[in-house]
Ligand binder design. Sequence first.
Ligand SMILES: Cc1cc2nc3c(=O)[nH]c(=O)nc-3n(C[C@H](O)[C@H](O)[C@H](O)COP(=O)(O)OP(=O)(O)OC[C@H]3O[C@@H](n4cnc5c(N)ncnc54)[C@H](O)[C@@H]3O)c2cc1C
Length: 430
Amino acid sequence: MTIKRRHFLSAGLGIAGSLALNGGRLVHGQSSNNYEFAIVGAGLFGSATARHLSTMSDDVVLIGPDEPQSRRDHQGVFASHYDASRLVRGIDPDLLWATLAKRSISRYRNIEIDSGIDFYQDIGYMMVTPGGLGEDWFNLPAMREVAADLGVGVEDLNDDDLNERFPFLQFTPGSSAVLQPQNAGFVNPRKMKAAQQRIATSQGTTIIRDVVTRIKRKGSQVEIATRDGTKLRANRVLVATGAYTNASNLLPRRLDFLIRAAMIMETEVEPDTRHNYPTTLYAKTDGEEEFWGLLMPPFRYDDGRTVLKTMDGYYGPRPLQGYDELGDWNRGNGHEDHHPTLQRALHEVFPSLSIRTTEFKPCLITDTPSHFPYIDMLDERIGVAAGGNGKSAKSSDEIGRIAAAMLQSGNWKTSLPQSVFAARFSAHTA
Ligand SMILES: Cc1cc2nc3c(=O)[nH]c(=O)nc-3n(C[C@H](O)[C@H](O)[C@H](O)COP(=O)(O)OP(=O)(O)OC[C@H]3O[C@@H](n4cnc5c(N)ncnc54)[C@H](O)[C@@H]3O)c2cc1C
């Protein structure tokens, strides 16, 4: 059901004209499907954009489906946030990524208070390596430099410190770590999205739970068609449809994306309060198999299970292409040939863990060649915010703020350089 809060408000003020219920939907004369701003995709980017934009305008619509009840037989679009945790860290080897994260993290508590939805656990973050890696996510020297630039407090831990503080974790001998003890940990992305949407709605945003099938310029406006046959118009539209942006064929040109077939392992364990550690990224480089990836601390899920989530950087033989491949991947069991590798890696790092069950779940990572999200106007009416590069959940609030300011003005309105977020196009990728 779609209810336009602005119509309630204006009706109360006696300026709305006639209101009528039509098929469960409250409509307002002939202009009911006309908006100043439309955001397509009610995921992390879209919901954050709606919250920010609705502080600037009371004429915002957010369009996108809820999470499917059962992924196994769902034939529609999927998202990259159907999970209970996303790593949060204010340190990153890249200053711009760290800035996006730091700005977002600084607003988490207020979003929780304003929405009444708790989604953030401030339990710290550490990155553990046997040293000498110095690359990409594990570039310790760059990370320390960025932390100093942004005034983010970090501690260095050596092998002895790690053994003393986390005796149940067996890291490669000689490992060291950078620990961010505060303003880091994890968010529950489902709850974070719900919090953003709840505030956006309270600020006047209309939410329509439907899939958009077409976006088309119509004179000085943009027409949006949805699967259930609704047609809307808006003066400006932001497309925030994540991994499905090309597969949904909503834009006149395909964006240059690589859609990665990512997989998480959920290990249900015996609850044990001694097993506390920060959200951890670990690169293991000795032994027969290498592992670099995420090791979430076990915590209690809403269904009562205590779960430890693990994932690594294995994405299968090739990126995914097209609507059918994306759907098949999301309905399946993940990379079955890689299940034992993840299980062995977890056993090696956490040998005393008492495991009840293990489950593997697919997910989608949308990589861009710039390694940054695209936040850009494609013409004067249609913009895009997509391309999370596997690490944008934590930073989605700042990405949404930037996108909202861009959509509202039609121009780039932030101190961060626009060129970094410029969309790139491809004739070939799906
Ligand atoms: C396994 C995995 C682990 C990750 N771990 C982390 C982490 O630890 N920390 C971190 O910060 N980030 C992490 N990420 C990345 C993070 O989840 C993404 O960057 C983030 O979800 C991107 O947000 P988005 O809004 O672009 O996409 P999404 O959250 O996927 O939202 C896109 C939305 O668009 C909707 N949509 C699609 N097509 C249409 C259509 N045609 N009409 C209407 N709506 C449509 C979808 O329903 C969806 O809700 C991880 C991602 C994966 C897959």
